[in-house]
Design a binder for this molecule. Structure first.
Ligand SMILES: NC(=O)C1=CN([C@@H]2O[C@H](COP(=O)(O)OP(=O)(O)OC[C@H]3O[C@@H](n4cnc5c(N)ncnc54)[C@H](O)[C@@H]3O)[C@@H](O)[C@H]2O)C=CC1
Ligand SMILES: O=C(O)C1=N[C@H](C(=O)O)C[C@H](O)C1
Length: 279
C-alpha cells in the first residue's frame, strides 16, 4: 500500500522528469501547497539519473534524486503523474496498480493492446487517462458532441490539429478525443467513420466520414479545430493552447481528485464534473 511520508500532503511521482511535461509538473508541484514531489523517474541510462531533479532542471536542489527504479519510487507515493511514452505508461500502470496508487496518464499514442493492459490495471487502482488534460479541450469535446448531433451529415466533419516538431504520434490524442465525441454525437463508431492520411487519388469524400489532418512545426503547443463544412456555410470549434501549464494543472487536479476513489478507469470529464454536461 502507498504511504504518506509527510502528514497532510499528497506525495506525487513525476515520470519522464526531464521531458517538456515532466519539468512543467515538477515546477507546479514545487509551488503548490498540500502536495509534495515524492519521486522523479526517467528512463534507464538517462543523464539525469542520480542527480537532484531541481539541479538537473537548472535551479536549486529539490531534495529528490532522479531514479529509474519505478517499483521502489511508486511504492512510496499516493499518485503518479505520467507523460512519457506508451510502452513506459503501461509498465507504470502495472506498478501503480500493485501499489494501489492513483495513476494519471497523459501519454498519447496508445495501441489497442496497451489500452487493454491499462484497463486490466484499473481493476486494482484508480487510473485517470485523457489525451488532453485542459479544461478548454474537455469543454470542446462536449460542444463537439452537441454540434455533431445538431448538424446532420450534410455537414462534413474535419478535425485539424497542429503541434510542435518533436511530437511523435498522429493524430494527436486530443484529435482522437474530438473524433470520438463527434462520432458519438452522430451515433457512429469512430473506427468505421474515420478518414486519416489522405494522399494521391483518394476519390471523393465519403458522406459521414470524420477526417483528420495533422500539422507539425516549430514550437506549437497544441491547436485543434473541429470543422463542420456544409453547402454555403461552415462552423468551426477551436481550442488553442499557448502554455503547457494548462495540461499540468489538469493532471495535478486529477491526481488529487483520484485520492480515495475506487479502482477504475476515469477521464477528465469525471475530474471536472463535466460528464453529460451537454447531453
Ligand atoms: N494529455 C495531455 O494533456 C498531454 C499529453 N501529452 C503527451 O505526453 C507525452 C509526453 O509529452 P512531452 O512531455 O512533450 O514529451 P517529451 O519527449 O518531452 O518527454 C517524455 C519523457 O519521458 C521519458 N521517458 C520515456 N520512457 C521512459 C521510461 N520508461 N521511464 C521514465 N521516463 C521515460 C523521456 O526520456 C522524456 O524525458 C506524449 O505522449 C504527449 O502526446 C503532452 C502534453 C499534454
Ligand atoms: O504532444 C503534445 O505536445 C501534446 N499532446 C497531446 C495530444 O496528443 O493531443 C495534448 C496536447 O495537444 C499536447
Amino acid at each position: 500500500m502507498s504511504e504518506t511520508a509527510t502528514p497532510g500532503t499528497t506525495g506525487i511521482v513525476v515520470t519522464g522528469a526531464s521531458g517538456r511535461m515532466g519539468q512543467m509538473l515538477i515546477r507546479l508541484i514545487s509551488e503548490t501547497r498540500g502536495v509534495r514531489l515524492a519521486g522523479a523517474l526517467e528512463r534507464a541510462g538517462h543523464d539525469w539519473i542520480g542527480q537532484d531533479v531541481g539541479a538537473a532542471m537548472g535551479g536549486g536542489d529539490l531534495g529528490v534524486t532522479v531514479s529509474d527504479d519505478a517499483l521502489e519510487v511508486i511504492a512510496h507515493a499516493q499518485a503518479v503523474i505520467d507523460f512519457t511514452a506508451p510502452a513506459a505508461s503501461v509498465e507504470f500502470a502495472d506498478l501503480a496498480a500493485q501499489a494501489r496508487t492513483v495513476h494519471v496518464i497523459g501519454t498519447t499514442g496508445f495501441a489497442p493492446q496497451d489500452l487493454s493492459r491499462i484497463k486490466a490495471a484499473a481493476r486494482h487502482a484508480a487510473i485517470v487517462r485523457a489525451g488532453n488534460m485542459s479544461m478548454g479541450v474537455n469543454l470542446l469535446t462536449q460542444l463537439t458532441r452537441q454540434v455533431a448531433a445538431a448538424l446532420d451529415e450534410d455537414f462534413d466533419i474535419e478535425i485539424v490539429e497542429a503541434h510542435h516538431n518533436q511530437k511523435v504520434d498522429a493524430p494527436s490524442g486530443t484529435a482522437l478525443m474530438l473524433g470520438e465525441a463527434a462520432a458519438e454525437g452522430r451515433g457512429l463508431s469512430l473506427d468505421a467513420a474515420s478518414d486519416r492520411g489522405r494522399d494521391g487519388i483518394t476519390g471523393k469524400r465519403k458522406r459521414g466520414d470524420i477526417g483528420f489532418t495533422a500539422i507539425r512545426g516549430g514550437d506549437i503547443v497544441g491547436e485543434h479545430d473541429v470543422l463542420f463544412a456544409g453547402a454555403g456555410e461552415r462552423v468551426t470549434l477551436r481550442h488553442v493552447a499557448t502554455d503547457r501549464a494548462v495540461f499540468a494543472r489538469g493532471a495535478l487536479k486529477a491526481a488529487l481528485w483520484g485520492q480515495g476513489r475506487p479502482p477504475g478507469e476515469y477521464d477528465m470529464l469525471d475530474v471536472l464534473g463535466m460528464r453529460g454536461a451537454s447531453a
